[in-house]
Design a protein around this ligand. Sequence first.
Ligand code: ADP
Length: 504
Amino acid sequence: MSRFSPLAAILIAVVIFALDTLTTFDMAIAVLYVTVVLLSLSFATRKGLLFIGAICIGLTLLSFAVSHGENPTSDSTARCFVSLAAIGITTLLAYRVKTAIAVLGESEQRYRTIFLATGVAILEMDFTAVKAAIERLKADGFTDLRTAAEVNPDFARAAIGMMRLTNVNNTTLTTFKAKDLDAFKTALPALIGKEMEGSVWALLEAIWDSNASFESETMMNDLDGNRISILYNVAMPHDRPSLDMVLVSIVDVTARHEAENELHQAHAELAHVTRVATLGELTVSIAHEVNQPLAAIVTNGGAGLRWLKRSEPDLGEVETSMQRMIADAGRASEVIKRLRALSSKATSQTIPVNLNEVIRETVVLVQRELTNQRIDLQLELAADFPSISGDPIQLQQVIINLILNAVQAMSDPAIRTRKLLVQTAIAGGVAVTKVRDTGTGFAAETAASLFDAFYTTKSNGMGMGLSICRSIVVAHGGRIIASSEPGKGAIFEFTIPLQEEVVS
Ligand code: ADP
């Protein structure tokens, strides 16, 4: 059609010009030039349209000059103006239509380019049947999807079957190892395994609530049978309420997850190394903690022997000596057990942990440091403190780090008052642990950097202690913050949710 349009437009223009110039009808024949302008819409560019409009105006004026040039009447002049106005307005409107078409075309082109070239898998889907099924459930009187699911537990699976795939981009095919659209279309329901059903239920809930978008992370299979971790987003624009055009974008995050796992592994190793390094700092305390009961065992052993060797052995005293020896040996082995736990490379475990207990055990390990530095320790541990779910070794590492930092912050001889306060409390559903010292403190502007890896102000510092404390606390679902009034000491406070499952 458009191939013939330029010719048709020229012919029509010629006929109109002839009629307008040669006939004497009492009507504005030149108005018919608007058909030429409208015909040109299908083949002319925007500039071309203006040019054609100008030619039509030129022809109208030429006809007027030829037929009425000598003695124009007011009627013929008015008709000429009407024609000129009609052509002018039509040309401008046609120009604007053409501009709108061009913009639409450009955005369509841009979308196509993004669709084809992006590294994200994009699926164009039609959820009309799913939406209709949800509307039917609502019409049946269900007020939410959960109650509907109790009656119809297979609804998610059925809904997967109702999702119609219209088109996919190349990234989708490469991500899912499909050779073409048809192969992917056929395999799609099987790629959504049991594992993904929870996520599908959440998506159906979003459709139920008429949300404009939905995002979730889950596992899918590819056509080769490999499991892949995906992050997907479903765009359900409100201007298509029937959901006949839904865009699903999928990012394969398998590699990222693997990298995260490796990072986590590296972090755990680093935490272990710093734990061992911390133990190195505590050697004096530890040696003392073990030596004391050992020396007591020797003393009690000697005393027991003496009671035995008497001409009349006093078995009662011997028994007392032996009981003391057993108690001392128990104390020594308890310390060694704690040390072994701290230096072990055991992977993280999640068990109920009593933070008060962890603090008391930690204090035993650092007691000597506190005494040497003449630090007055005050424990204000909340009574009836509930257990939290976590890794006791990791939490002990947090508390040791905070206490040792406090000890170091108070080691300046100029600091006379040396008080260390360790508090626990429950506030707003979280367990709060505070470690407060009367050391040097720090400037407010450095508060955020303290937790950065390798941030240290100590000549022999590693700058890893607080960074590891933070990652342990965050892995337990909590937060750690530091505050200080320079000269008045520092407060480190961390929270652990009471019912939180551990992420790591
Ligand atoms: P390191 O102890 O190896 O320096 P940390 O990550 O444990 O590494 O601490 C980082 C920095 O935070 C310390 O160098 C110190 O400047 C500051 N800091 C930590 N705890 C305290 C505290 N209780 N009082 C004042 N400054 C502190």
